[in-house]
Structure formats: C-alpha cells, structure tokens
Design a binder for this molecule. Structure first.
Ligand code: ADP
Length: 738
C-alpha cells in the first residue's frame, strides 16, 4: 500500500513558477557586466527564462544535454539557469577563475553542447574555441548594440531571446533527472563532476529555507556574493525565489567598495560569501568610516571564519554571522553554526566559541567521525577523525563514475576533512586530511593555528603547513603575510599564540611572506605553498643540517599531473597542466579578470616564489656573511687576548701577531661588505633587511674606528711600539708586555 497524496515531482522549475505566481513583482537588481544597474522582477525573469528554453530547443538541445554558463551573478544568468533546467537540460556552471587548460578539460569531460558567456570571457573562449568541439553554439550575454564578432560564429543573447516565444512547458519529467553539474575545483586531482538532480536541489532548497539554516524570508533582500558557479551560490539561486526575497546580483564587481554600495543602496538584509570577501568589505568600511544600515545577517563559509571577522561584524556593525560548512558534493550546505537552546542561553563570549565551529547538521544530513580503521569516534569535542556525510543531497557517485565507488558500506561519503563533533552536535573542521600535521604520531590542526594567527592585528593572512622534522616527522611552520606597511617579529606571533593553543602545537618557525596564494574558490592553496617551501628547513639547531639533506631526499614525489586525460576517449587531449612549472600566461586569458577574492588568475598561476623573494633570500645569506666578517676582527683580538692570558700564546710573536696584523684589514673589508649589504637592502626592499644591514654597517664602523683610535694612541711618543697589534696587546693583555 502507498500513501494517497498527489505525486508532484520535485523539479526546480517549480521554484521559479512559484516566484512568478506569488512574488511576481519582487525585484531582481543586477549590476550588469556592462556597468549600469538593471532592474527586473521574478515575473519578467520567468517569461524570459521560457524564451531561453525555446532558444535552446531551437538549437537542438534535448533532455539530459549539458549546457554551460560562464558568467557572473546577474538576472540574465538566473533566467538562463532556469531556462536550461526547465526543459530537463543540465546547467553546467563553469568557474571562470580556472586556468584555460582546466576549462578545456571540464567542458570536454561534460561534453557541453551550448555555452552562455558574459562578454568578459570572450578572450579566453576565443583562445580555447578550437579545443572544445562538443560546444556547437556560444551565446553571448549582450544586446545587439554591444555584440562583437570576437568569437567567430557566437550568437547574441538578446537577439535570440527577443525572437523566441515565451510559451514553453516546463517539467513533466522524473525528479531524479539531472538539473545541474558543478566540478570540484581539483585541489586533490582531476576535477570531478557533481551531477545534482532536480530532487536533490529541491530538497536542499527546502532545508536551507529553515530558520536555523539560511533562514531567509519574503521580507529579506538577499545579496549572494558567492557566485552561482560556486556550488549554486550555496543554494541561494533557488532559495531566494522560493521565498520571494528581493535578489541583488553583484555582477563582476566584488570588491569592498562595490559590495558596500549595493548593500546600502538596495537595503540588503542578508548576504553570503567566503571570508576573504568579508575581510575586503570590513577593510573598506574602516577606511571610509562606512556603516551597514540594513544588513542583519551574513553567512560565511567556504573556509573557516576568523574570529576577528565575527567580532567586527558583531561589535562594530551589529551584524550577526552564521558560519556554515559544506562542499560541492553536499549541494553545498552541510552544517551551520546556529545555536541550539543550550548555546543560546550562554553569554555572548561563550556563544562565540560555537560560532567559530562549523556547526550542526540540518534535517537530511547525517554526520559521523571515523578513524583510519573505520572505527566510529566519540562526540567529545576533541577527538579528531575523518568526517563522513550522508543524505539525499550528498553526492552518491561522481559524473561518469570518476573516482569509482565513493561511499562506505553504510552509504557515507568521505569529505576529506578532519573534524571533531561535540556533545551539542557541533562539528569543527580541524583540517583537510591532506593538510593535517602529523607530529610524533599526534595530529596538529593547521587551520586552528592559522585562524588564531590571522587574528593578530598585524596579520593580513596566515597559513600553516607541516614541514619535515628529523625527530617528529612533521612540525608546524607559520607563514604570515603582514598588512601593508607594518613590521613584525617572529616572537610577536609566537607570543600571540601562547596560551591559545597547546604548547606542543607552537610553530617551530614563523616566516613572513609577500603572498599567500589562494585557489580558484578563494581558499589558501597549501599545495602551492608546499611547493614553494620545498627547500625550507626548520631551524632545529644541530639537527637542521641533517634535516636539510633528509628533507630533500624524503620530499614527497611531485603529485601526478592534475589534468591527466585518462577518462577522455574521443575529446581532444587537453593541454597538460604543469604542476611544478608556472604556466606561461597566454596573451588573452583570465589574468585581467577581477575575482570575488580580489585576485586575478595570474595570482593563482605562479608556482615558484616571485623573483624579488628569491632576491631577498639571497640578500639574507649575504648579510649573514657580512655579519660574520664584521665580527671577525673583534673575535681575533679577544681570542688572542684570551689565549695570551691563559698562557696558550706566550708572547706576541708567531701566530698571535700575524692574526693581530690581519684584524684591521679585515675590519676595513667588513666595512665594504656591510656598505654593499645596505645597498642590497635598499634595492630588494628595505623593510625586511634594512635594519639588519644598518646594524652590521654600524658594527663595521665601530671596529674600524677602534683601530683608527688605537693607531693614534700608538703614534704618541709614549708608545714604544707603533704596531697596532702590540697596542691591542697593551690594552687587552698587559701581562704579555711585562
Ligand atoms: P573544493 O573541495 O574543490 O576545494 P569546495 O568548495 O567543494 O571545493 O570545498 C569544500 C571544502 O571547503 C570542504 O571540504 C572544507 O574543507 C572547506 N570548507 C568549506 N566550508 C568550510 C568552513 N566553514 N570551514 C572550514 N573549511 C570549510
């Protein structure tokens, strides 16, 4: 026997149908790629989405075909998204911040048939056009007045929409049909496709609408800074129309000033983005003394939210932060840190500890922690384990079966994250399994240390990686990018960490860097950092020298090429993606594109330290040499004096005298090397090495000055011997002259 309710397939076209029927006049405001603000409504977008469906049908697109979009968050992108899904085709959102080679790989793997693009991306499409043969049509989001023939054969979006009818029947297919395709960013191997179904997206939407999850409603004005190509804008492209919220689409301008302008002019109440975007906004607000007059809540995820951001929003702007965790494979929301009744009763400071965790699972998500042997771990808040997740909007298998069987015997998916679970059900990510630092058989959370270090007032960004250690296998190394114009010492950072982490978690060293690279989704790219630091050796005293050799020998072999095209049989071989050599920037690529994280593709590209960093490393070694030379004359004097005193050298003749002759010459030489060091520091950037170079110069001056003074004394008649060496002896070893 079955239930007796209506069978109403859960297909996502119903979401926009609902928005048009019941919230038809609610606004969608976009900052268009062309520049001006464009206003439309759910009613209008619904009609135009139907026209897009007819365009696609006319181009031969049928159910199950993949249709790609390479676009920023705008109303045009939204209507295309629903136009594709409404007829049962699959909306494949491409991340424009991937390298050209990655885009080629993904488009070929998906076998996209039609590709919609913003004008911004025409140069890159032009460059890869011949390598994506499955793409039969490219449609450019532009009016006829702006259309160019930059990509030969490309079609004009507005002209096609204009010509098409708005009568089109959506839906009528199984809810398990695919609706969307999104590739993981490939930080751990070939990008893999996650193929969402209509049902999984619909259920995800219902869940995220809950008060404890995104909790948005018809009265909200929602600004998804998180792009639609990043796991469906965390579901907001579905949940905002589902509740009839006003939608503000930021286009390609995601810097602090542009986002602030939209937040204020459109009276936004709710927004969602990765931490780096919020950091840019907060910096902008501080610089301009700006305010947030309507914003009530922000959801932050994608990477761990630093405490400083939560405090700034809460204390300076009265905005509450909901920390959330998820991944492409979980549609993406997996947990959110909204308080339960126990936490809500705590003081604001105690609640903060829970806000900084990644949170608890909503209905339809189940979590467990396991050790390496598959043993279930307790929810005690401190035992680390592999985080496993299960639910109807969690991936069951990657597109085309890539990666094989990805679920355990109970149907749980291994997230690749390492986490704890506490008695309130709050999960805390302690690391990616590949980033966790294994020190003496115990695990150290790199994320926890870097989050605290990033809260240091002088830190712009912080990253922690495990570095080979001869005794402990690995020890933490903290890399810090300082805020512009500030200086700091290693000790300041170590002191700052004191008491906040277990003593044995304290990093063995702190290195100040000019750049902490971020990956295509705005997360710290530890793989690249590890490559850059491959030759780095921890300062572990006598063991350091041994470690240097061993580190090289034991360094992990280069990871396999990320874009091995083994699963592509007919598609043209994608350009191999070099993992150790920097890719030469093609003439037209994404290097000039702004990204939500304020980075350009060029920032992601460099795999070796920039030239000026190499120069600085060289200068550091040179200054060590200069310091050594500056110390030699004084050491000689002291050494000869001491040995004479001890009777090892019985008089000033022989070895002692020779050395004493050498000392003033060395002092003069050290003056020259020190002066060169100061010039080097001026050229390579005075901030890092300037003070050191000046101190060495001062030391060299003092030594030369001393010898000058000594020879003056010698030239007086009272001095029997005019040799500086003997004067030194008079001064330092009176017994020898007696
Ligand atoms: P990719 O896995 O390709 O980098 P995703 O966007 O799917 O791209 O990233 C998912 C991963 O991001 C998670 O497995 C987790 O490691 C990290 N992540 C997401 N949200 C958070 C968060 N709030 N705190 C810490 N890490 C997070």
């Amino acid at each position: 026997m079955q239930g007796r309710m209506q069978d109403w397939p859960l297909t996502v076209d119903r979401i926009l149908d609902h928005a048009a029927s019941w919230h038809g006049d609610r606004e969608i405001v976009s900052r268009s790629v062309e520049g001006p603000i464009v206003r439309t409504t759910y009613g209008e977008v619904h009609k135009r989405a139907k026209r897009v469906s007819n365009v696609l049908k006319a181009l031969g697109v049928v159910q199950g075909d993949r249709v790609a979009t390479l676009a920023w968050n705008t109303a045009r992108h939204l209507e295309t998204w629903y136009g594709i899904m409404g007829i049962g085709a699959v909306c494949h959102t491409l991340n424009p911040r991937l390298f050209a080679e990655q885009l080629v790989y993904i488009i070929n793997h998906a076998e996209d048939k039609v590709l919609f693009t913003d004008m911004t991306f025409l140069p890159i499409l032009n460059q890869i056009r011949s390598q994506i043969p499955t793409v039969k049509h490219i449609i450019v989001f532009a009016g006829t007045d702006r259309m160019t023939d930059e990509v030969p054969g490309a079609l004009c979006y507005e002209a096609l929409v204009e010509e098409s009818s708005e009568n089109c029947v959506w839906g009528g297919f199984d809810e398990n049909m695919p609706a969307g395709l999104c590739y993981t960013s490939g930080t751990t191997g070939n990008p893999k496709g996650v193929l969402y179904s209509h049902r999984s997206n619909f259920l995800h939407t219902l869940v995220t609408m809950g008060a404890d999850v995104l909790g948005i409603g018809a009265c909200d004005t929602v600004l998804p800074v998180v792009p639609m190509f990043h796991a469906n804008a965390w579901g907001v492209a579905f949940s905002a129309p589902a509740v009839g919220a006003k939608l503000v689409m930021p286009g390609q301008k995601l810097d602090g000033a542009s986002i602030h302008e939209l937040l204020e002019t459109e009276q936004v109440t709710f927004s969602a983005a990765v931490p780096t975007v919020w950091q840019m906004l907060l910096n902008h607000l501080r610089e301009t003394k700006g305010t947030l007059s309507t914003l009530k809540r922000v959801v932050i995820g994608g990477s761990a939210v630093p405490e400083a951001i939560v405090r700034a929003f809460r204390d300076e702007y009265g905005v509450s932060v909901t920390h959330a965790w998820g991944m492409t494979e979980t549609s993406p929301l997996g947990t959110q840190a909204t308080p339960n009744h126990i936490i809500a009763a705590m003081s604001a400071e105690d609640q903060l500890k829970y806000q900084l965790k990644q949170g608890r699972p909503p209905l339809a998500i189940d979590l467990k922690l396991e050790d390496d042997d598959g043993k279930l771990l307790p929810r005690d808040g401190h035992t680390f384990g592999k985080l496993m997740v299960k639910g109807p909007f969690v991936v069951g298998e990657y597109f085309r079966g890539d990666g094989g069987d990805i679920l355990d015997k109970d149907g749980f998916f291994d997230t690749g994250d390492v986490a704890t679970l506490d008695s309130n059900g709050f999960m805390q990510i302690t690391d990616r399994s590949k980033d966790v630092i294994k020190s003496g058989g115990e695990w150290i959370s790199s994320i926890e240390i870097e989050n605290i270090a990033a809260g240091h007032p002088k830190a712009d960004l912080a990253a922690v990686i495990g570095v080979f250690h001869p005794k402990w296998d690995e020890r933490p190394l903290l890399l810090v990018k300082l805020k512009a114009g500030v200086e700091a010492t290693k000790e300041e950072f170590l002191k700052f960490l004191e008491g906040k982490i277990a003593k044995w978690w304290t990093p063995d060293d702190v290195v100040f860097v000019d750049d902490i690279p971020l990956g295509a989704t705005g997360k710290i790219d530890k793989k690249l950092i590890r490559q850059r630091m491959a030759d780095y050796v921890l300062p572990t005293g006598a063991a350091a020298a041994a470690a240097a050799t061993v580190t090289k020998a034991l360094a992990a072999p280069p990871e396999p090429r990320i874009y091995a095209p083994e699963s592509l049989v007919e598609a043209p071989a994608p350009v191999a993606f070099p993992d150790l050599e920097p890719t030469p920037a093609p003439e037209t690529d994404l290097a000039s594109l702004p990204s939500p994280e304020g980075l350009t593709a060029a920032d992601f590209r460099s795999a070796s330290p920039p030239a000026h960093q190499a120069k600085r490393a060289w200068l550091g070694s040179y200054l060590n040499f200069a310091l050594g030379l500056a110390l030699v004359p004084a050491s000689i004097i002291l050494g000869v004096a001491a040995f004479t005193q001890l009777g090892v050298i019985s008089n000033v003749r022989g070895l002692g005298l020779n050395l004493l002759h050498l000392a003033p010459l060395m002092a003069q030489a050290s003056l020259v090397t020190a002066a060169l060091g100061v010039i080097g520091a001026l050229v390579a950037g005075f901030r890092r090495h300037g003070m050191r170079a000046l101190l060495i110069l001062a030391l060299a001056f003092a030594t030369v000055g001393f010898f000058a003074w000594a020879s003056q004394v010698l030239s007086r008649p009272a001095a029997a011997v005019v040799q500086p060496a003997e004067v030194r002896l008079d001064l330092t070893a009176p017994q020898a002259n007696r």
